[in-house]
Ligand binder design. Sequence first.
Ligand code: ADP
Length: 319
Amino acid sequence: MKRIAVLTSGGDSPGMNAAIRAVVRKGHHHGLEVWGVRRGYTGLIQGDMIEMSLGSVGDIIHRGGTILHSARSEEFKTAQGQEQAVANLKQKGIDGLVVIGGDGSFRGAQKLTERGFPTVGVPGTIDNDIPGTDFTIGFDTAVNTVIDCIDKIRDTATSHERTYIVEVMGRDAGDIAIWAGLADGAESILIPEAPYQLDQIVERLSRGSKRGKKHSIIIVAEGVGSAVEIGRQIKEKTGSETRVTVLGHIQRGGSPTAHDRVLASRMGAEAVDLLLQGKSDYMVAIQANQITGLPFEEAFAMKHQPDMSIYHLAEILAI
Ligand code: ADP
């Protein structure tokens, strides 16, 4: 293996730049030429690639987003698009590819391996929803962004003695809600993995208010349903004011935390090692703080589960 390429695809996440830097620098460390593909699979189909020098990834470890840009490509889902992508890689003399992205991007990476092109995935998504790895790059930063926002909301919640409902990202996975919920002492955490009972939420609110609590925070993962509607239902049951904040894309930006920078650096470097070991159809993972690799097939045979012990602890501590 002499020349490898790296791309970022799907939803961006803080730490992707640190991962790109690690792929480039670890590649150079092993004497490889490293190329960067712009705008994910879209750029792969268009042959939009540049050689990346050691200096090209300087001053990016602390930046959110991705210097290679990201995209979603419908064309790449077609056989024709995939053939074109492999042809472009071969034409440039590239022997292996690192795909930094989420679940969808990994499905795309698998298509390349099916066509015989060695590909390794690095999990980059704020949702932490990829099976086989304890953490994904960007999750820690997103949780920190959420708790920073909730700390501010808490100030005004206390002043006005209100219940605040905060909607966080997570269509299918409640990880952000659970971690932010424990870290911020939320009264209730609503996640797609556990059905909620409105009566229980109301009961917790009234228990808190009897104890003299001045405010309440309820965190809702977006996959549960509309936070506005949940707020309306709570107001109807309790008769007291609720306010709803939808945090949205603010959660995807910002400078990565130390945890995400270290994770991204370790994972990016491991992806290069896996390619050099002749591994393909693999993803990098962190399991019990050990960086490792596992076949996509093995990961996709599992279903991602958030750490429910954190959810239950948050419930106990917020009593
Ligand atoms: P993420 O990687 O963040 O989950 P998406 O689900 O949007 O983001 O996937 C990113 C891109 O990966 C898609 O736009 C598409 O080009 C490619 N992709 C997703 N699923 C497949 C698939 N089943 N086959 C081929 N390519 C796919």
